[in-house]
Each structure stands twice: as C-alpha cells, then as structure tokens.
Design a protein around this ligand. Structure first.
Ligand code: HEC
Ligand code: HEC
Ligand code: HEC
Ligand code: HEC
Ligand code: HEC
Length: 225
C-alpha cells in the first residue's frame, strides 16, 4: 500500500502552528514599525505651499471652521477647501499679493485644467484605522479636543498622538469632551465643568430599557474594518 502521508507529516500541524505564530508576530512588527509614519507624531508642522494662517482667518477674522471644512459635520472627512472658497474673498482682498500667487494659479486663468493647491496633510491615520468626523461632531465633541487651539496657530501643528491608546482613552471616558447642545463644536475656548460632565454621563448610560444616546466602541472591528 502506498503511504499517503509519510511519517514526518505527523509534525505538520506543529510546524504550521509555529509558522503561523511567527508570521503573526511578523505582521504585528511590520504594522507597528513601518506603519507608524512620522507624520502622525505630535508636533508635526509642515510648511504649506501658501502661507495661509488659521490665526488670522479663524482667530482674528473669526471665520467659522465649517466655512472651509464643509463636510466635517456630514461626512467622514473634514475636507480642505478648494481655491474657489478662498477666491470668494481674495478676488477682492489682497488680490495683488505675491503670497497668493499659487492661489490665483490654482483658481484658473481660463484654461480649466489648473492643478489644485498641493496642501501637505498634517493629520493622517494609517489606512487600516477607520475614523469618521461626522459621528464625533454629532456627539458634540469640539475640534479642540483633537486638534487643539487651531485658531491660535500660524501654521497647523498636530497636538495629539492620534494613537490607538489616545482613541481608546476617550472612548472609555469621553465625558470631559462632550459639550452641551447649545455650545458650538467650533467654539475654541470652551472648557468642561461639573454640569457638562454630569450631563455627558447621562448620555452614556442606559435609561431604563432605552439604549444610551452615545456608545463609543472599544471592540477591534469598530476601528479596524
Ligand atoms: C478660510 C478657510 C479656513 C478656515 C476658516 C479654517 N480652515 Fe482649517 N484649513 C484650511 C486650509 C486651506 C488648510 C490646509 C492648509 C493648512 O494645513 O494650513 C486647513 C487645514 C486644517 C487642519 C489640518 C488638516 C490636515 O492636513 O491634517 C486642521 C486640523 C484644521 N484646518 C482645522 C480648522 C479649525 C479647527 C478651524 C476653525 C477654528 C479651521 N480649520 C478654519 C482652511 C481653513
Ligand atoms: C475625535 C477627534 C476629532 C475631532 C473632534 C475633530 N477631528 Fe479633525 N481629524 C481627526 C483625525 C483622527 C484626523 C485624521 C483623519 C484621517 O487621517 O483619516 C483628522 C483630520 C482633519 C482634517 C484633515 C482632512 C481630513 O478630513 O482628513 C481636517 C481639515 C480636520 N480634521 C478638521 C477638523 C475640524 C474643523 C473639526 C471640528 C469641527 C475637527 N476636525 C474635529 C480627529 C478629530
Ligand atoms: C472671508 C474672507 C476670506 C476668505 C474666505 C479667505 N481669506 Fe485670506 N485673507 C482675508 C483677509 C481679510 C486677509 C487680511 C488682509 C489684510 O491683511 O489686510 C487675508 C489674508 C490672507 C493672506 C495674507 C496675504 C498677504 O499678502 O498678507 C493669505 C496668504 C491668505 N489670506 C490666504 C487665504 C487662503 C489660502 C484662503 C482659502 C483657504 C483664504 N485666504 C480665504 C480674507 C479671507
Ligand atoms: C475626545 C473623545 C474621542 C476621541 C479622541 C475619539 N473618539 Fe471615537 N467616539 C467618541 C464618542 C463619544 C463616540 C460615540 C458616538 C455615538 O455613539 O454616537 C465615538 C464613536 C466612534 C466610532 C463608532 C462610530 C463609527 O464611526 O462607526 C468609531 C469607529 C470611532 N469613534 C473611532 C475613533 C478613532 C479611530 C479615534 C482615534 C483616531 C477616535 N474615535 C477618537 C469619542 C472620541
Ligand atoms: C477606537 C478605535 C480603535 C479600536 C477600538 C481598536 N483600535 Fe487598533 N488602532 C487604532 C488606531 C487609530 C491605530 C493606529 C495608531 C497609530 O497610527 O499609531 C491602531 C493600530 C493598531 C495596531 C498597529 C500597532 C500599533 O499599535 O500602532 C494593531 C495591531 C491594532 N491596532 C490592533 C487592535 C486590536 C487587536 C483591537 C481590539 C482589541 C484594536 N486594535 C482596537 C484604533 C483602534
């Protein structure tokens, strides 16, 4: 009779298990080592193709964040404005400024195929982590909880690690970040107090048979889909 499985195959499950274990470790290593890009570091503050200042526009001029980051309340991405948004003012204001030359080029000189302004991304999660702005904004979490005082920044800088531990710390207790209904998510100087924390706590609790209003997930597949 032919031997279908020679004797060494008895060890196969063990060999496979060992292989799988080291492959698993390797994946974790690769993911944690190479996939932690430098630009997710606190303090990352790249120069931009136009010296656009949040301190001037959002701070001094008092423009609302949503005037430019239009999809922040309705979509996963906040989005960065196109040249048309800027030209709404800069077709009149400072229209000769050399600082705005790249803006005028991007806006169009009748050719219709002008390149967009190549803003450098500041905050960037790895592809394997899922994040949605609208969900967080609708939970009444303000921009400052995650981005700091952007209205005081001449050049945008990352102020939080955006690490998994950072996400989870808030998901386990978001109460200091949840604003009362009347307070805008774009109000920059809001701070939590005992009343707001107590109200937030209520939103996270079961009310009899009714599910909590807010339910930040901590299971893996919520963020790794
Ligand atoms: C007049 C338009 C405008 C307004 C108003 C504005 N922004 Fe921006 N924002 C931009 C542009 C353009 C960029 C891309 C260039 C840069 O990073 O400075 C940007 C970038 C950002 C970034 C970094 C994006 C990235 O690449 O990670 C954050 C965070 C941000 N804005 C938050 C805010 C907040 C918070 C407010 C309100 C306080 C605000 N912005 C108001 C135009 C605007
Ligand atoms: C709960 C945390 C959190 C809050 C609140 C938050 N952001 Fe963000 N924001 C992030 C993260 C994380 C990223 C990176 C997302 C990515 O790489 O997919 C980001 C990226 C951005 C970007 C870059 C473009 C994009 O969508 O990736 C802009 C602009 C921005 N945020 C603006 C805002 C503004 C304006 C507000 C308030 C109205 C706000 N964010 C509130 C966490 C937050
Ligand atoms: C609501 C009107 C408005 C919008 C929209 C606007 N700006 Fe401005 N911007 C101003 C005003 C006002 C000044 C200050 C002019 C002054 O100093 O007299 C200014 C100044 C500037 C300056 C400095 C120019 C210089 O020569 O000193 C830059 C650069 C600039 N804006 C870029 C942008 C960009 C890029 C956008 C779009 C993301 C934008 N602005 C959108 C009103 C606006
Ligand atoms: C400042 C507090 C805070 C931070 C920081 C935060 N979250 Fe959340 N997150 C919440 C709250 C509160 C909810 C619950 C919203 C609800 O139940 O409507 C939530 C819900 C979610 C959900 C479930 C809803 C959905 O979009 O499917 C995901 C996924 C999520 N967060 C991902 C992240 C990731 C990824 C990060 C880090 C990059 C992060 N969050 C950082 C407070 C936070
Ligand atoms: C609230 C959102 C969230 C939840 C829940 C979550 N993760 Fe993550 N995870 C992230 C984010 C964001 C990153 C990217 C961190 C970075 O870029 O530094 C990440 C990174 C990772 C990494 C890469 C290594 C590292 O630390 O950078 C692994 C592995 C991982 N997560 C596994 C898990 C497992 C297993 C679970 C369930 C026990 C889980 N995650 C639950 C958001 C989450």
């Amino acid at each position: 009779m032919t031997v279908l499985f020679p004797k060494w195959t008895n060890k196969l499950p063990a060999i496979l298990a060992l292989g799988a274990a080291s492959a698993g470790l390797f994946v974790v290593f690769v993911v944690s080592f190479w996939f932690s890009p430098k630009h997710t570091d606190v303090g990352y503050q790249p120069y931009q193709p136009i010296a656009y200042s949040h301190k001037l526009h959002a701070g001094t001029l008092g423009m609302d964040c949503r005037y430019c980051h239009r999809l922040v309340e309705t979509g996963p991405h906040a989005t960065v404005p196109d040249a048309d948004t800027c030209m709404g003012c800069h077709a009149q204001v400072k229209k000769e400024s050399p600082m705005l030359e790249p803006l005028r080029t991007a806006y169009g000189n009748g050719k219709g195929d002008n390149p967009a302004i190549a803003w450098t991304k500041v905050h960037l999660l790895p592809d394997y982590a899922y994040f949605n702005h609208a969900v967080h904004i609708n939970a009444q979490i303000g921009c400052t909880s995650c981005h700091g005082r952007v209205d005081e920044m001449e050049i945008v800088r990352q102020v939080e690690t955006l690490s998994m531990g950072w996400c989870l710390t808030c998901h386990r207790d978001p109460t200091p970040h949840i604003r009362p209904a009347g307070v805008s998510v774009t109000k920059m100087d809001w701070v939590a107090d005992e009343v707001s924390i107590a109200a937030a706590k209520k939103k996270l609790e079961w009310q009899g048979d009714a599910k909590p209003e807010l339910n930040p997930p901590t299971y893996c597949s919520a963020c790794h889909r």
